[in-house]
Design a protein around this ligand. Structure first.
Ligand code: PHE
Length: 434
């Protein structure tokens, strides 16, 4: 059975899929609004520092553990000690919980694409967004369609599905992004947005920023729910994990910066506020699209770009559970995907409805959507990242010297993997759950 595991066609397709997983709503939706809420350029400085250093360690840990064990998450932990399989199982569970709220946003994106085609003149997008997210039937339908699209590629397997989707969607994504950046930079006073992004005000620095930056960096790199672990397990040939890790980090950061360069000049050009939070993309930007020439086309392209990014990330989330179902429970891919579709719907539908008719259903004071976001970002993702560092550092004994030429950096990596990063993650967990 072991040698029937799928594998990537080449190192290039693996990197593209890993970058496709990393570049998602986290870069285009979450990063600009978190940066907007946390003081702009100064947040960027801290974020860059964290993503280039600390995050390299768990990223290498996930990819290497997958590559060394050549197993899905549960099997990989089990191969070290049968009792650890329950820890491994936290990965697909976390994945399903993340999908259940991430795909709700995917559904909103599909709705906004259709809105662009329908050319309807909405004047108050704030109001529209609130009303739309409350509509039960349309929203559930969009969430399920989004799930179906991602599932379609997962069901077709690594080469025909995942590689195909990434090979098509990622270049398209890059092209649309370049086009939108050029349009945004041509708006009057666009330079104000660039200043906001790149001129740090060191007086605004505060400890909370470090936490937010670390949480965002882990999420955007897809660390902590087994996605890169599973993708890493499909690597056959002897490619350097360190090089792959840096390519993923640089590409992800590059795309997050480009997303900022696309969004902030437009916002400042219209004299709007960059700190409006989650509504930045769904309320502020459509307002701008409605005012510019060819706004409808720009709007469709923008939401298509978001959809492409969200689909390639969504596929990687699904693959974690699909790998478990096919390898561990010996289900065919199609059966595994049908089962997953129903399982995820059970959670994604209440999450979708939590903006409307299930708004009063609260778990620890949070709506279903907020609870799923909270429990995965603040508890499960840091916890899974902690466990994978422990597994890689203490049990699989992954050493920096095997992939880093510089002795000093190799030593720093070893200390990071065994002590420093696990300690930082425990700190993140403690503060996140307080
Ligand atoms: N990295 C993705 C994004 O930025 C989200 C993601 C998280 C994908 C975890 C896979 C696993 O949107």
């Amino acid at each position: 059975m072991e040698n029937q595991r799928p594998s990537w066609t080449s190192r290039g397709t693996f990197i593209l899929a890993a970058v496709g997983s990393a570049v998602g709503l986290g870069n285009i939706w979450r990063f600009p609004y978190i940066m907007g809420q946390n003081g702009g350029a100064i947040f960027l400085v801290i974020y860059l520092l964290i993503i280039m250093t600390i995050c390299f360690v768990p990223l290498v840990a996930e990819l290497s553990t997958g590559k060394i064990t050549q197993k899905e998450c549960i099997g990989a932990f089990e191969s070290v000690n049968p009792k650890f399989k329950f820890i491994g199982a936290l990965n697909p569970i976390t994945g399903i919980l993340i999908i259940s709220f991430y795909f709700v946003v995917g559904g909103w994106i599909l709705n906004y694409i259709c809105l662009g085609f329908s050319k309807c003149g909405i004047s108050d997008y704030g109001n529209y967004f609130t009303q739309f997210t409350q509509a039960p039937v349309a929203n559930c339908l969009y969430t399920l369609i989004f799930l179906f699209i991602c599932m379609f590629f997962t069901a077709r397997g690594i080469k025909k599905g995942i590689e195909f989707a990434n090979n098509v969607l990622m270049p398209l994504f890059a092209l649309i992004l370049i086009f939108l950046i050029i349009s945004s930079l041509q708006l009057p006073n666009a330079h104000l947005g660039l200043e906001y992004m790149f001129k740090p005000d060191f007086s605004k620095i505060n400890p909370h920023m470090f936490l937010v930056a670390l949480g965002q960096a882990l999420f955007t790199l897809s660390i902590g729910m087994g996605a890169l672990f599973t993708y890493g397990s499909y690597i056959k040939e002897d490619s350097s994990i360190a090089k792959s890790a840096y390519t993923i980090i640089f590409s992800d950061t590059f795309f997050a910066l480009l997303a900022g360069i696309m969004i902030f000049p437009a916002i400042f050009s219209f004299g709007l506020q960059p700190d409006s939070g989650a509504g930045l993309v769904f309320v502020t930007l459509p307002y701008i699209f409605a005012q510019i020439p060819n706004g409808n086309l720009v709007s469709i392209l923008f939401f298509f770009l978001l959809a492409a990014a969200a689909i390639t990330s969504g596929i990687s989330m699904l693959e974690v559970s699909a790998a478990v179902f096919t390898e561990r429970f010996k289900l065919s891919r199609i059966k595994a995907c049908v089962l997953l579709f129903f399982l995820i719907s059970l959670l994604a539908i209440p999450a979708t409805l939590s903006f409307g008719i299930l708004g009063d259903m609260k778990i620890i004071g949070k709506t279903v959507f907020e609870f799923l976001d909270f429990i995965t970002s603040n508890l499960l993702m840091p916890l899974n990242t902690f466990f994978v560092c422990i597994l890689a550092g203490w049990f699989l004994k992954i050493k920096g010297e095997t992939f880093l030429k510089n002795k000093f950096f190799a030593k720093v990596f070893d200390i990071g993997l065994k002590y420093a990063v696990p300690a930082i993650l425990l700190g993140l967990l403690y503060i996140g759950l307080k």
